[in-house]
Design a protein around this ligand. Structure first.
Ligand code: ADP
Length: 499
């Protein structure tokens, strides 16, 4: 490198931690119990800092603030254009703090700093701006009723929303739910994942600075079975918007059903198929398959974890995938040359290694990787299994780690059948130059999103969310906004109508 380039390729320094308390009704406060918990650095397993541990009582206070802000505050009542203006200011503040936010997610979640700075946080700014544009364009319909009545529908904010998010892409998850909820005029309580509370508290401060009124956006850090569960069963919460595992999604629905039947939307796990046909450019397909599973160390709900390759190119695909895995650098997420950082925590690390053992026990062939690496922290080699059979545990369960299962197929029908042989239905990838094959497979695969000759092609305009046990309810696009609205029908009689 020359001098300038060398500067760009330096390993960045971690951020200073400024916010560690709960944000309730516009104030940063300790938890009622005074308890705190450690949030850990996945590079070392050591504590970064301690954060307030919210529990049921803190959730009660936060919901009370959100309820008050919804029932009597100005946020749902102000002109949509004004909400939009404040949201745009919020977006600008995030834009001014891209580096700091990206660093918080790298430190807390092990995400690559480069991804955070150039993809995640700019996308978050985009989500807020996109949804700010909806804030003054929310309207219902006029209905000509069949008798002498006239009706119109009102789109009203759903009320107090409980937002429960996971740890894999913390800032993105926060913004993907908070942005449409704000545009709709809802008030909310966000419960970030216990592994990654830092960026949520930092952004909450920016929301306050932008002028979002007190009580509209509350953040309670804490654990799932305590704070998260209290939010789901709270009688004053009108809706839960959840992203996380299928197992916890079920708990969320049960808690909602057992309390006030609040609305629920769930974005859950996946075991997404990535299908490569014989006519594909093998080098490009290998690159795409690699990214589809190893990006963010496989800790992505849409990860293309089941790779189906047609028999004509299978051997070449296997050989080239093994070569590419060797050049995939695992290391410090603050280092811009690194491709894959550490898994988020010890639980996740051990679970992935356990699944690698299952793969071996069940008779798959370990092509590359298969072990932890580094002297400390939660690093795992990019791992590829071949000769995987559909009934093996590595082919059925969501591992949420850098483990690719390679399987061979002969015909288009077989590819479709194998792709659909899963309880999940989040995403699917197809690589082919044949438009007929692409059309046929994309219509036949049961998934919420199908990417043809690309992967991870998200956009604010494109609804995202799963089918089957991957959940229901979309984030993104107009459908992402509609989740936070309810429809009221208003009917009046029309006398002496000429029509
Ligand atoms: P993962 O398997 O990716 O860790 P989880 O589904 O366990 O995902 O967690 C996602 C979010 O759900 C986190 O914020 C976590 O604290 C929360 N959570 C976990 N258990 C519960 C629960 N019983 N009720 C509500 N939220 C929960």
């Amino acid at each position: 490198y020359n001098g300038v380039a060398a500067e760009q390729f330096k390993v960045a320094t971690p951020p200073e931690i400024k916010f560690t308390k709960l944000l309730i009704d516009g104030r940063f406060v300790d938890s009622v119990s005074g308890k705190t918990f450690d949030t850990l650095d996945p590079r070392t397993g050591k504590a970064i800092t301690t954060v307030a541990e919210g529990d049921k009582e803190d959730i009660n206070l936060a919901v009370k603030a959100a309820r008050q802000a919804f029932d009597h505050g100005k946020w749902p009542r102000m002109p949509g254009s004004e909400r939009g203006r404040i949201m745009l200011k919020f977006a600008d503040l995030i834009d001014e703090n891209v580096e700091e936010l990206a660093k918080l997610d790298s430190l807390d979640a092990g995400r690559l700093l480069t991804s955070g700075m150039y993809i995640d946080i700019p996308n978050c700014v985009g989500m807020l701006r996109y949804n700010a544009g909806f804030a003054d364009k929310i309207h219902g319909e006029t209905l000509k009723m069949s008798r002498e009545f006239h009706a119109y529908t009102l789109k009203e904010p759903v009320g107090v929303v409980g937002i429960i998010i996971p740890w894999n892409v913390p800032t993105t998850m926060f913004c993907s739910k908070v942005s449409p909820a704000l545009a709709a005029g809802c008030t909310m309580v966000v419960k970030p994942a216990e592994q990654t509370p830092l960026s949520a508290l930092f952004i909450a401060q920016l929301a306050k600075m932008a002028g979002i009124p007190d009580g509209v956006l509350n953040v309670v850090t804490g654990f799932g079975p305590t704070a998260g569960a209290a939010l789901c069963s709270h009688m004053d919460v009108d809706k839960i918007s959840f992203t996380g595992s299928t197992e916890v999604g079920r708990e969320v629905m049960i808690a909602a059903a057992n309390s006030n039947l609040k609305a629920v939307s769930l974005e859950l796990g996946g075991k997404s198929p990535f299908i490569v046909f014989d006519d594909a450019d093998v080098d490009k397909a290998v690159d795409l398959a690699h990214m589809a599973i190893f990006y963010n160390k496989g800790e992505i709900c849409v990860a293309g974890s089941r790779v189906f390759v047609q028999e004509g190119i299978y051997d070449e695909f296997v050989r080239k995938s093994a070569e590419k895995a060797k050049s995939w650098i695992v290391g410090d997420p603050f280092d811009p040359l690194v491709c894959q950082g550490p898994q988020v925590d010890k639980n996740q690390f051990e679970k992935i290694l356990r699944y690698i053992d299952y793969g071996k026990e069940d008779g798959a062939t370990l092509l590359t990787g298969g072990k932890a690496c580094g002297e400390k922290g939660y690093y795992i080699e990019p791992t590829i299994f071949t000769d995987v059979k559909e009934d093996m545990r590595i082919a059925k369960d969501e591992i949420f780690g850098p483990v690719m299962s390679l399987m061979k197929f002969k015909t288009v029908e077989e590819a479709i059948e194998k792709a659909n042989n899963t309880r999940y239905g989040l995403a699917a990838g197809i690589v082919t130059k044949d438009i007929d094959v692409a059309n046929r497979v994309s219509r036949s695969v049961r998934a919420g999103v199908v990417w043809i000759n690309c992967y991870f092609a998200f956009d604010n305009d494109a609804p995202f969310g799963g089918v089957k046990m991957s959940g229901f309810g979309k984030d993104g696009g107009l459908q992402g906004l509609e989740k936070y609205l309810k429809t009221k029908t208003v009917v009046t009689p029309i006398y002496n109508s000429p029509w």
